[in-house]
Design a protein around this ligand. Structure first.
Ligand code: BGC
Length: 771
């Protein structure tokens, strides 16, 4: 609030005509803040020429929309995400120019998959809010995140950005993130709609996905983003879905997004994903990005075209003739432009643009990054209770590995954040261990591609031997292995699930030299551990854990915080066990999602394949007991909820958090339903001996499946099992309820499609806080 006078003076200088015309009867309706948004949108549309409207359909440059000085329409200024705000460099230099030559250093939050491992919706909301604050502080209006594409294959280069393999977890976390961002009056962009689940040929690949899998697996986070979080923007994906590019896919953008879910915000293309004018505009693509001169220069580069990017289709020269010819109607243009205007009004941007004045990477924002990093770490193995380490008993520690003395905060590509500082695992461990413990470092193996001189056979052997010798002399050896943003990134998929160059051999050698060996995985997803898992007593997964990763891993290693992360993705023993083995990366530019709805644990359950570590898995230093499962009522009418409660008790000797997971199985014979599906989860913090009753509500969506015959979500009467556990394969309590049929009905109950009227009030009611 203290900055308000300053904001107003900036407004008066920057946008003449706006400040003196905020409300009152002499003010033109579109500038009158006291009028309803829709009235202002329609009034403004009525004052715009066709040329002015069409000019807004493609960007002004790399990261901004076209403004309109005559009418005082601001430009929407974007920032890339979602793991914090991307450092602007290279082709984003347009945005960089605006804030002078200052480098953009922002808070690096943990990767999406790490946030997924926290199962903490409050935390995701805090992260979203912190990111929203930083976006505003930089004078931007929109963040290009969250990424909610499902981790279909463990080889996807962007697995680290997404929240995992389960649509329910994904949806809950996405909703929280978006609410956090938008509570700051910043536009969130849920991306990439839809079925963008691999980087291989991402510009040309056709994802052949059946309708049920789309609705049950790939859509839920987008649907929840629209219906529950009232997201203001959706980014379409590069790929084709069932034969049609996402940017011109009216089945996706018009039928599902607009008609079924009632989306009232605007769709933005992914950068360079448009291939036509008429089909794209008519499909409901509101904004083509990038635009202007940067777009032209970029498209002129041979590499841009060669990799399959498309663009420059929604520029005035192309759109206006199609309106003239009658292939695009002016009503369509009004709808597309109206969506952008609506969001500018609802987000508050029209009335109060964000001045680039705020602070970035505040102590409060760093605290969110640290909490998230710590909560995300998953304890995968802890034989003989090697962990937590007791700093008062240890005299020497050696920290080894290509990821030990470097902070790998995120994966590569458009999400990569450059933080003001970052803590390496080595530094975090040194700081925590204190003066008394001797902490040494050995590289052990070079990260693939970083220093070829260290990758020769002899060099590798030498590095490995040095590390093993150091391990033999230390009380404990901690090896930090994994990948790097150069190996795990947007733009290409991961070569192999095996750890890169020489890291497996390094672990074996160190484990042989010191039986107190802890392996820490620092990567965006699963790695194969077959070669060494039996020889290593303790394994932690720290993902890409943002700028505070080193402190977080020290918190967990020394037991300052009890590990509470749970896997948001299943870990396979071997690549051949993956549901996508044989159905990835496709042939002749088509990838067949032949596994249908059986993605992740749904597949392992159905095929009776033992994963290395199952979905939802994560150990603790304490022990949690589950009891007293209550399910009420035992028979429920269609559409009515079922209440589930149970007791969780910390029966160990340390404080800690447990994530309680609720799965449902539809036991109706003859229906093709997964063995279990996540339908609820909750983190509970418990002191030793403390008990808490945890409540869940299973509503209709926990029982329904998508019927392709009815083109709708339906439920079938019958028995539903409720499975409560600590992971998808550690079910502690079981119960059931009966879903009754409709009185006099044939059984199936049709879902009510949410109409735009249902979602609009929520969309409109989201407030931004005053700057
Ligand atoms: C990515 C998007 C990103 C955009 C803008 C694209 O290559 O797929 O996620 O937001 O670039 O940088």
């Amino acid at each position: 609030m203290r900055r308000l006078p300053c904001l107003i003076s900036i407004l008066i200088v920057a946008i003449p005509g706006i400040a003196q015309n905020q409300s009152g009867s002499d003010v033109v309706p579109y500038k009158n803040r006291s009028l309803p948004v829709e009235q202002r949108v329609q009034d403004l549309l009525g004052r715009m020429t066709l040329q002015e409207k069409v000019a807004m359909l493609s960007g002004a440059n790399w990261m901004q929309t076209v403004s309109n000085k005559r009418l005082g329409i601001p430009s929407i200024k974007m920032a890339d995400g979602p793991l914090g705000i991307r450092s602007w460099a290279g082709p984003s230099s347009e945005t960089k120019m605006e804030i002078g030559e200052t480098q953009v250093l922002t808070t690096a939050f943990p990767a999406g998959v790490a946030m997924g491992a926290t199962w903490d919706t409050d935390l995701l909301q805090s992260e979203g809010q912190a990111i929203g604050q930083e976006v505003k502080a930089l004078g931007r209006d929109m963040i290009l995140g969250p990424t909610v594409n499902i981790n279909r294959t463990p080889l996807w280069g962007r697995n680290f950005e997404g929240y995992g393999e389960d649509p329910y977890l994904n949806a809950r976390l996405a909703v929280a993130y978006i609410k956090g961002v938008q509570s700051e009056g910043v536009i969130a962009t849920v991306k990439h709609f839809a079925a963008n689940n691999q980087e291989f040929e991402r510009h040309r690949i056709n994802a052949k996905v059946d309708e049920r899998a789309l609705h049950e697996i790939y859509f839920p986070a987008f649907k929840a983003a629209v219906e529950e979080a009232g997201v203001w923007s959706v980014m379409s994906a590069y790929n084709k879905v069932n034969g049609v590019y996402c940017a011109e896919n009216s089945a996706l953008l018009k039928d599902v997004l607009q008609k079924q879910w009632g989306f009232k915000g605007f769709v933005v293309s992914d950068w360079g994903s448009t291939y036509s004018t008429v089909d794209t505009v008519n499909a409901g693509m509101d904004l083509e990005m990038p635009g202007g001169e940067p777009m032209k220069a970029w498209l002129n580069k041979p590499d841009t075209q060669a990799s399959g990017n498309g663009g420059g289709w929604l520029v005035s020269d192309k759109v206006l003739p199609e309106i003239e010819s009658g292939k695009i109607s002016t009503a369509t243009i009004d709808d597309n432009v109206g969506r952008m205007l609506r969001v500018m009004y609802i987000s508050g941007q029209f009335d109060k643009p964000h001045p680039p004045t705020g602070e970035i990477d505040t102590p409060a924002q760093r605290t969110v990054a640290r909490k998230a990093a710590t909560e995300s770490i998953v304890l995968l193995k802890n034989a003989g209770d090697l962990l937590p380490l007791n700093a008062s008993k240890i005299h020497s520690l050696v920290v080894i590995g290509p990821n030990a003395a470097v902070a790998r905060t995120g994966g590569g590509g458009s999400s990569l954040v450059k933080p003001k500082y970052s803590i390496t695992p080595l530094k975090g461990i040194q700081d925590r261990a204190g003066e008394r413990v001797q902490v040494s470092f050995a590289l052990g193996a070079a990260m693939e591609g970083e220093d070829p001189s260290k990758e020769t056979r002899d060099a590798r052997e030498q590095l490995r031997n040095e590390a093993a010798n150091a391990a033999a002399k230390a009380d404990v050896a901690i090896i930090v292995v994994g990948r790097s943003p150069a190996l795990e990134s947007e733009g290409f998929d991961i070569k192999s699930l095996d750890l890169p160059a020489g890291q497996d051999d390094l672990i074996e050698a160190v484990a042989k030299a010191n039986r107190h060996t802890v392996v820490v995985i620092n990567a965006g997803g699963p790695v194969v551990m077959t070669k060494w898992i039996a020889q290593v007593p303790a394994i932690l997964d720290m993902w890409y854990d943002g700028q505070e990763g080193g402190n977080a891993i020290a918190d967990i290693l020394f037991g300052d915080t009890n590990p509470s992360g749970k896997l948001p993705v299943s870990f396979v023993k071997e690549w051949k066990d993956s549901p996508t083995h044989g159905h990835y990366p496709g042939q002749n530019l088509q990838v067949d999602y032949a596994e249908g709805i059986y993605v992740g644990y749904r597949y392992f359950d159905k095929q009776k394949i033992e994963p290395l570590f199952p979905f939802g898995y994560g150990l603790s230093y304490t022990k949690f007991d589950y009891s007293d499962l209550k399910i009420s009522p035992s028979e429920v009418s269609p559409g009515k909820p079922v209440e589930v409660s149970l007791q969780v008790r910390n029966s160990g000797s340390r404080s800690g958090a447990e994530v309680v997971e609720v799965y449902v199985h539809d036991g109706h014979p003859g229906l093709d339903r997964p063995v279990e599906e996540l339908k609820g989860f909750r983190r509970v913090d418990l002191a030793p001996g403390e008990m808490e009753v945890v409540h869940f509500t299973l509503d209709r969506s926990a029982m329904a499946f998508y019927s392709t015959a009815k083109k709708d979500w339906v439920t079938e009467p019958g028995q539903f099992e409720v499975l409560v556990g600590s992971s998808s394969r550690d079910i502690r309590l079981k119960g059931s309820f009966i879903l009754n049929g409709e009185p006099g009905g044939s059984g199936g109950t049709s879902a009510t499609l949410l109409s735009p009227e249902v979602t609009r009030p929520f969309l409109l009611s989201l407030h931004r806080s005053d700057p």
